[in-house]
Design a protein around this ligand. Structure first.
Ligand code: ACM
Length: 647
């Protein structure tokens, strides 16, 4: 690394007003070992920093030690990465140089995982090079080392490919600015230069510039080229690569056509010229496969190759591409769907649909990067949805992200070396501006950085929150838009306290079965006194595609004055209020009397997250309460309820 660059990290630029003699308890990710020693070191114009390269004790090239004494600072590492990370630690301790005196100590530091990544979806909304470089700076400061860029998807192709100019002349541009407007309109593309055309792409020169900029900061850039699905933009520009041969009809490549392989291999070859690192991400997620069963070419391929279904057809494509990538001396990463149908051992799996795919991949001997949606998908709202910008839904506050522990009991101990790291993902359907993207990343991606670097026994959320709150102040002083933890509202209040009521712990009989996809916490969910939070996937809400019909047993005939259940509406994932609720009571469990019918009055067009109680005040005696919530009337729509309260 050039010395000028190290020096620039230590330029005394910031105007932070911080106590003198800073100790290392501000550092993120928390270092492996810190021993405080006597005295302080005072920075002079030319800091006394000595760098010693030492192989012994620093087998991991990212590890470093730093001895801070009143006389100076000695950094030891076996390579440039370790020295670089020592300087990041120092930069944090000095608040980028604003603090002139630091406490003496000895630090030994080394990462838990070799892969500590962040993902950038530049397809849904194009971000310029300057934005990416600015995020590289922050990633590096928190010792993250992999930048995964999702360069292709339906919303726009983003990298110059010389052999296929229509990818960037046409498939990189759309008439609408927001993804939502584009998605709800006709999902079309326009020629580059059309007045109002929105989008963009990176030239190869720009991508090389990014690779070099990131390399100087010890970050490898990993390009993702999606296949076989999420490829509407390619198939609009080159319809001969789809099963229908017509633009705007297909989302998956035609696996029966050799043209598809010609295209993918040419594109990947050009991509590999620009990105020098071992990994090439080939997507592989969420293939629709809907045209393949009726496509003569795909059917012919299946017959010739002895493939029994469309899953095996997808696997055929992935394996063939993997072979090609391996032949160039590189390795593939793919989303966990690539596991279906078998893979070569060199393939690395990125587990996003929970962690099961990743665990299975480890068992099969593949390297795995964990990025489960529940903890690592930063497109979910990070605070109470009513105060946050529109998002894809869900609720993923900093504390939940930080709480992610990648090693699970069900992982075979002899395969743990295959768990190579973690990654924060941000899909940008609802994230139009750079400022909004930064707001979604920071500080939550820092929690992933600490999970990836620090040992779990050194992690502590209250302490992390304090450190990260200050680190975000530093970022804001540099012009970044971060979420302000001081404004955090937190979880739904009732979800924090729970409630006590007459039917708490009552036995519940399901007259209609619950849906296995959203059982909440199982059979006791509706009477456990635990109230659902901001998201239906928190294990507290129970979801139904059919009518909800349950009978609660209060144990003895009791006066009943109130019966009610709370439902959630969130239109984008198809969660609606029930059309009506009927409430019945009975003393003997045989003869039920209907005491209320409550009709929905919430518009199905209301897009915000809404809660509504369907309840009644009554004056009856009952042992059994039957609660029936009828479906919304929207085909495929869900209803979600958290608790049935009786008083
Ligand atoms: C994904 O989120 N579809 C990988």
């Amino acid at each position: 690394m050039c010395l000028a660059f190290i020096a620039s990290l230590l330029t005394w630029s910031s105007s932070f007003n911080i106590v003198s003699a800073q100790s290392p308890d501000v550092v993120i990710p928390v270092p492996a070992e810190v021993t405080m020693t006597k005295g302080t070191y005072k920075f002079e114009e030319l800091p006394k920093i000595k760098v010693v390269y030492s192989a012994k004790g620093f087998e991991n090239p990212e590890a470093y030690s730093m001895k801070i004494t009143p006389k100076g600072i000695t950094i030891r590492a076996s390579g440039e990465a370790g020295v670089f990370y020592a300087h990041q630690t120092l930069a944090q301790m000095t608040r980028d140089g604003a603090v002139k005196e630091i406490r003496c100590c000895e630090i030994f530091d080394s990462p838990r995982f070799p892969y500590r990544g962040m993902h950038f979806d530049v397809s849904r909304h194009f971000r310029n090079l300057d934005f990416l470089k600015r995020q590289v700076d922050v990633m590096a400061s928190f010792k993250m080392n992999r930048m995964h860029i999702h360069l292709t998807d339906a919303a726009g192709w983003r990298m110059q490919i010389d052999a296929y100019p229509r990818l960037t002349d046409f498939a990189a541009w759309r008439p609408q600015v927001t993804w939502k407007d584009w998605w709800t309109a006709d999902r079309s593309y326009v020629e580059e230069g059309t007045p109002g055309a929105y989008g963009g792409y990176y030239t190869k020169e720009e991508m090389r510039e990014l690779v070099e900029y990131a390399r100087e900061r010890h970050i490898e850039v990993i390009p993702e080229i999606e296949m076989p699905s999420h490829s509407e933009e390619v198939l609009a520009a080159y319809p001969e690569l789809g099963c229908s041969n017509e633009p705007y009809r297909d989302c998956d490549f035609c696996v029966g056509s050799e043209k598809t392989f010609g295209f993918l291999e040419t594109v990947l070859s050009e991509v590999m010229e620009v990105f020098p690192y071992e990994y090439i991400h080939i997507g592989g997620d969420e293939a629709g496969k809907s045209r393949w069963p009726s496509c003569p070419a795909c059917q012919k391929r299946m017959e010739e190759e002895g493939l029994k279904d469309v899953d095996e057809l997808q696997s055929y494509l992935i394996r063939r591409i993997e072979k090609f990538v391996l032949s160039k001396g590189r390795r593939i990463i793919g989303w966990d769907e690539i596991l279906q149908g078998g893979l070569a051992p060199e393939a690395t799996v990125m587990s996003w649909r929970g962690t099961e795919g990743g665990i299975e991949a480890m068992k099969q001997g593949h390297d795995v990067i964990m990025s489960p949606g529940k903890y690592c998908y930063l497109d979910h709202a990070q605070d109470a949805p009513f105060k946050e910008p529109e998002s894809i839904g869900g609720y993923l506050p900093l504390e939940h992200v930080y709480g992610y522990e990648p090693v699970e009991d069900s992982m075979p101990s002899d395969k743990l070396h295959h768990l190579i790291g973690v990654q924060a993902n941000l899909w940008t359907e609802y994230i139009t501006t750079d400022a909004h993207a930064e707001y979604m990343y920071w500080p939550r991606a820092v929690a992933i950085a600490e999970t990836g670097w620090s040992m779990p026994e050194n992690k502590n959320f209250p302490d992390f929150r304090k450190r990260v709150r200050e680190a975000m102040e530093v970022l804001r002083s540099k012009g970044y838009s971060t979420f302000d933890l001081d404004t955090e509202y937190g979880e739904r209040k009732l979800a924090q306290t729970g409630i006590d009521h007459l039917a708490k712990d009552a036995e519940v009989v399901y007259n209609n079965p619950m849906n296995p996809s959203y059982p909440g916490a199982g059979e006791g969910t509706l009477t456990d006194g635990i109230i659902g939070g901001w998201t239906y996937s928190d294990g507290r809400w129970q979801g139904f595609l059919s009518d909800l019909d349950v009978t609660l047993d209060l144990g003895a005939v009791t006066p009943v004055r109130y019966v009610g259940g709370t439902f959630m509406q969130l239109v984008s994932p198809y969660v609606f209020m029930p059309s009506r609720v009927e409430i019945f009571v009975s003393e003997d469990g045989n003869d039920f009397t209907r005491v209320a019918e409550v009709w929905n009055d919430v518009s199905q067009k209301a897009e915000d997250l809404l809660f509504r109680s369907f309840d009644t005040i009554c004056d009856v005696k009952a042992r059994y309460v039957r609660y029936v919530a009828h479906q919304s009337g929207v085909a495929g729509g869900w209803i979600f309820i958290d608790e049935i309260v009786v008083n």
